[in-house]
Design a protein around this ligand. Structure first.
Ligand SMILES: Cc1cc2nc3c(=O)[nH]c(=O)nc-3n(C[C@H](O)[C@H](O)[C@H](O)COP(=O)(O)OP(=O)(O)OC[C@H]3O[C@@H](n4cnc5c(N)ncnc54)[C@H](O)[C@@H]3O)c2cc1C
Length: 485
């Protein structure tokens, strides 16, 4: 059986390995000359900048890929548990160190609002129930038939999945700061906490279940470890070539055509590329049913990302590995990003400092960072060629005040990525950071199916299909192939 995988994100790599373990003849094709997609690495003058994912959760999903071939992941990658998972900083300077240490969590919550300690305990208990259903039971179930969803609906309604994550958290927690902190997880997978289905409350528990890890040498080391494994297992890798067409006849896949006009035939094509872009740009000759056209058109896309990578000639030793800094307004800011599609100066941001844990990420005496700011996706028509520098300066000013004094004069290396990069380089519709949003009406059966509803032999893995974005999500999507292919 010949299978082609388009794209080398975590989902694509996992799909290639899982199919190889089932004795398929596998070719993986990646547009860029390096693998990883959103998890690519940018190396500059001694700094190693991980492009995207930095918070590694559910490590067994990565380890499993090595075990498929009776190999030990420790011989390829090193995952180190982190003690403090996130340091939250609020506009008034208040700090909260969020971790798996429940005593310290409760002590800090008690200082903010005594009444919320009990609410927190109840919230954790409830997110365990969501996790048991949404992750353990359903993350790797193919939702390509409505019946599968119908069967799950009573349980999902019992778990209040019609509520948003923020609304769920608010039923247990009274203090606004704690509400923000405990409901921020949808932002990690491209959703607005005020509209994302509370099923995503499971991330809160998933972190507690297995902890948060850092990949020594950066997340890119996981990608290079998996690349080594693919080479050893004789998966053919075609790098630096884009698939420009998926060839089909009589509603069945025949193969793909590359940008050098070469055609490769296959029994199956597994797309790790963004599903809406695949349907619109790679299957141009295909006629879609009115129902599918409607489904595609009604989708809401995740936010865009402005990511500023920078290296400093001094170290900021009191800055944690992961910091989340909230702006003053929260809901209003999220409304601007997701609904009004406009920029707002009152930004919230996530700051990554891998050199806090791993000195190899920066030259000696230097620090390596990236700061990620959620922004509107390209439905906004923002001109990033003029807005990019303004955003960079705004972020530097904000970080100088809150976290990194004299930052500007200490920066020795920097560059940034905007939604234009995600749209043009990663082929993502509207340059969204995480494909389609994780709303209830866009989850499970309502997402783009893992087994295409349009063409036989066509499959999807990655952020735009079930279960959704985030490294555990896309790795789970590849597990679904074991059941349907
Ligand atoms: C800045 C950032 C930070 C993040 N942080 C975290 C985090 O801390 N933890 C976490 O779990 N998740 C995080 N995420 C989310 C996570 O990174 C993604 O959901 C996940 O990596 C997406 O993987 P994927 O399998 O969907 O493929 P992608 O990474 O989207 O890769 C798709 C690949 O397909 C290729 N491609 C597209 N079209 C074609 C074509 N026609 N021909 C050939 N190749 C093609 C692209 O070049 C790309 O390499 C983050 C994401 C971003 C952007």
């Amino acid at each position: 059986m010949k299978s082609i995988v388009i794209g080398s994100g975590f989902g694509g790599i996992a799909a290639a390995l899982r199919l190889k373990a089932k004795n398929h003849n596998v070719t993986l094709i990646e547009k860029h000359s390096d693998l990883g997609g959103r998890a690519r690495v940018f190396k500059k003058n001694g700094f190693t900048f991980d492009g995207g994912p930095t918070v590694i959760t559910a490590p067994h999903l990565i380890q499993e890929l090595f075990e498929l071939f009776n190999k030990k992941s420790e011989n390829y990658i090193e995952l180190a548990p982190l003690k403090t998972w996130y340091r939250f900083i609020f506009e008034d300077g208040m700090k909260f160190d969020y971790s798996g240490n429940e005593n310290q969590m409760k002590k800090q919550i008690e200082k903010i609002n005594k009444e919320d300690v009990n609410g927190y305990e109840e919230l954790v208990k409830f997110t365990k129930k969501i996790f048991d259903k949404g992750f353990t039971e359903l993350a790797d179930v193919p939702f390509d038939k409505l019946l599968v969803l119908m069967r799950q609906l009573p349980a999902l309604l019992k778990l209040k999945s019609y509520k948003s994550v923020y609304s769920l958290v608010s039923t247990y927690i009274k203090n606004e700061k704690l509400r923000r902190m405990l409901s921020m997880h949808p932002l990690l997978v491209g959703g607005n906490p005020f509209t994302t289905t509370s099923i995503y409350g499971l991330i809160l528990y998933l972190e507690k279940k297995w902890g948060i890890y850092y990949s020594m040498g950066g997340t890119g080391k996981i990608i290079s470890g998996l690349e080594k494994l693919m080479i050893e297992e004789k998966i053919e890798l075609i790098k630096g070539h884009e698939v420009i067409n998926i060839i089909s006849s009589n509603n069945k896949i025949d193969g793909v055509k590359l940008d050098n006009q070469k055609e490769i035939s296959a029994d199956n094509v597994i797309c790790n590329a963004d599903p809406p872009a695949v349907y619109e740009k790679l299957l141009t000759k295909k006629k879609f049913s009115p129902l599918f056209q409607w489904k595609k058109k009604r989708m809401h896309y995740s936010m865009g990302l402005f990511v500023y990578y920078f290296g400093t000639k001094k170290t900021y030793d009191d800055v944690e590995h992961h910091t989340i800094k909230f702006g003053d307004k929260y809901k209003e800011h999220l409304d601007d990003i997701f609904d009004n599609k406009k920029l707002n100066d009152d930004i919230s941001y996530y700051l990554h400092r891998p050199s806090a844990t791993d000195k190899s990420m920066a030259p000696e005496g230097h620090d390596c960072f990236y700061v990620l700011v959620p922004v509107p996706n390209n439905q906004s028509t923002i001109d990033w060629s003029t807005e990019g520098d303004k955003m960079k300066n705004l972020i530097i000013n904000k970080m100088e005040k809150a976290l990194l004094p004299n930052l500007r004069e200490n920066i020795v290396e920097d560059f940034y990525l905007t939604p234009d990069y995600f749209e043009k380089e990663l082929n993502t519709k509207y340059g969204s950071g995480f494909s389609i949003q994780p709303k209830f009406t866009q989850s499970a059966y309502f997402r783009f199916h893992n087994k295409s509803e349009i063409c036989e032999g066509l499959y999807f893995v990655g952020a735009g299909t079930h279960p959704g974005a985030g490294v555990p999500g896309v790795l789970s999507s590849a597990k679904i192939l074991d059941k349907i292919l």
